[in-house]
Ligand binder design. Sequence first.
Ligand code: F3S
Length: 377
Amino acid sequence: MYLTKDEEKLLESDDPTLAKCMEILVALGEIFEAERLIPISSAHISGISYANIGEEGLEWIKGLKGKVRVKTTLNPAGMDLERWKDMGIREEFFRKQMEVISALKSLGVDPVLTCTPYYIQKPSFGEHLAWAESSAVVYANSILGARTNRESGISALASAIIGKTPYYGLHVDENRSPTVLVRVKGKVNTSLLGYVLGKELEGIPMFDFDVTPSEDELKHLGASLASTGGVGMFHVVGVTPEWNRYEVPSERLVFEPSDLKFDCEPDLVAIGCPHLSSRELRVIAEFVDRFDRVKIETWLFTSRKVYEECVDIIKKIECKGIKVFRDTCMVVSPATERFDCVLTDSGKALTYLPKLRKVCVGFADTFTCLRRAFGEA
Ligand code: F3S
């Protein structure tokens, strides 16, 4: 990979953090045959829950010195920073998680603690990014037309410190062209669609829907597609910003609503993977208005930023006995482990909860999940 004189100096720098970060980017670039590094406008770091990275990850982050060179945001942590006791988080975990966050803050990272950083600062069309968190990567590439590969937490942090990323994969025009046309018949649950198709697809799908999904439904499609497979972007005919820049693929597939069922007797209903938007919170508040109080423990997850914008809406939801948490989610928090079965509306949570939190999972659409929470389904 070609390096400028300045980049070579960073690689041989006496500063161990700069040298280490450059080594990571050069190794990545060489594996994927990138021709050079390109500047990025932002980075987003995932994998920061102490439940996932443990002591080893914490020590690695603490060993880094210096400052990030671009706007850098953080994925959810293992708990709500204020209501961690309500979640049943132990004090020891709280202290360790705060150490992770403070080590990252000292590098200049903004602890937004959300997987929806695009609700805080929306990247523009064509901007190059280094984002980890696969759901945010698919959203940025597909819905916003920004450009990022599916980074790991480590490579995103290295890019944040150097301000650059290797130029390969989804940064390059021709690698963004669709490889298969998926005709979707009728009205489907996009979370389930992504969950099923993610396992089958390689490359970049172009969807042709009978019923055009909302932006929130596309967010769920991307999150679940990326959870069961390696998809980093999709196109939607007539909707996403790059759908008509490329030829329509000759390979075709038809998807019809399926009866796939994932049922369980839930002791927790969990909604908000990816983090809820203000529109989703508003719809939930209107829906739960007709009910009295939940009969099953029910948790919603959103970002601190959206929470602050929706304080009144959240009050209406919480007076039904539902808890709305920030900074975390059902997948990255160890709090979920004390339950036996979690009912969720998220294809991504359906994929990861059994693996990471060792719980059974049921899946239903958002309103069915809520009806179950109130004992009505
Ligand atoms: Fe976000 Fe957690 Fe789901 S990080 S995408 S809510 S697994």
